[in-house]
Design a protein around this ligand. Structure first.
Ligand code: GRG
Length: 309
């Protein structure tokens, strides 16, 4: 059993490395292709944040979902790039003084610390817009149209942006919005704020492979994405309590300092760890029916549970 776990970990490390390399190359390619004629300051700010050393977890999910649906990794690349652009825009905007006010991201000064607030806002806007352009140019029209809808749902008010509003409301910072306080509220915040973009990543990968709408693969990926997203967030809250900023590559301990609604704050550390393990098991069960094609997703969920940043 122990040997199997060690083998699974070394396999997923190799898979993550391969996906990260592919994603980085594709990001560089699309950035170069779409930067011609743009103001150089904008290109510098966008490149700085997008090419900073992120884990490329969402692009990896796009690629693994594409393979789980029977496609080749290459097919997933435009969608992988688009999702990473949306994710990076959200990090740039989240770090702004009006939001989470952070000065360290991916081990580097945040975009607004380096380039000023106005250009950081515009770099985020550019990434948000460019993501959809990449989908439109990267796929045949039918797949592009479905993909644009998926990404908009994951990123917009029903997903990430809506979740961010509720997250700020929990800190009492959105006038007129009820203040979320319970564990159910917290789950609803994270389902939107981080979960929906994970679900969209998986669905985009399946569409790139030409998966049947509402078929077995898409349903399994949806269930996996929901559990994976929540597990990721519970674990993220734990890292904020338990890690240090050198290891995490960002400021830690800030959630409690700001009185944020978090899993360790609501449930305690031990119960949060138990919940993260349970969600991991449920994510694994969701894709067990996909056979060998789903194995990298299983190994990824277990690996992410052990991450330190
Ligand atoms: C500003 C519209 C808007 C949304 C912001 C996702 C988000 C909403 C804010 C990020 C704040 C945060 C730290 C959330 C916790 C989960 C999370 C998204 C962590 C960062 O993702 P990783 O760990 O980062 O995948 P890397 O840098 O590896 O890509």
């Amino acid at each position: 059993m122990r040997i199997q776990a060690i083998e699974a970990e070394s396999e997923i490390r190799a898979t993550l490395h391969g996906c990260r390399e592919l994603a980085d190359r594709a990001l560089g390619h699309w950035l170069a292709r779409k930067s011609v004629g743009l103001p150089q300051s904008l290109v510098r700010a966008v490149s700085y944040s997008l090419l900073a050393p992120g884990k490329r977890l969402r692009p990896t999910l796009v690629m693994l979902a594409c393979e789980a649906a029977g496609g080749q990794r290459d097919l997933a690349l435009p969608a992988a790039v688009a999702v990473e652009m949306i994710h990076t825009y959200s990090l740039i905007h989240d770090d702004l003084p009006a939001m989470d006010d952070d000065d360290l991201r991916r081990g580097l000064p945040t975009c607004h610390k380096k380039f000023g607030e106005a250009l950081a806002i515009l770099a985020g806007d550019e990434l948000l817009t460019l993501a959809f352009e990449v989908l439109a140019e990267g796929y045949p029209p039918a797949i592009a149209a479905v993909s644009v809808g998926e990404l908009a749902r994951g990123a917009g008010g029903s997903g990430m942006v809506g979740g961010q509003v509720l997250d700020l409301a929990a800190e009492g910072r959105i006038p007129g919005e009820a203040r979320p306080t319970t564990a159910a509220d917290l789950e609803a915040i994270h389902r939107r704020k981080t979960g929906e973009l994970f679900v969209a990543s998986l669905r985009l990968g399946a569409h790139a492979a030409g998966a049947e709408p509402n078929g077995k693969v898409l349903n399994a990926l949806d269930a996996y994405g929901r559990k994976f997203g929540l597990m990721f967030q519970v674990h993220n809250d734990l890292l904020d309590v338990e890690s240090d900023s050198d290891t995490a590559g960002k400021r830690v301990g800030k959630d409690a300092a700001r009185g944020k609604l978090t899993y360790p704050g609501l449930l305690g550390i031990d119960e949060s760890r138990r919940l993260a393990r349970q969600l991991c098991d449920e994510a694994v069960t969701s894709v067990a029916g996909l056979g060998d094609a789903g194995k990298p997703l299983i190994d990824l969920a277990r690996y992410v549970m052990d991450r330190k940043r």
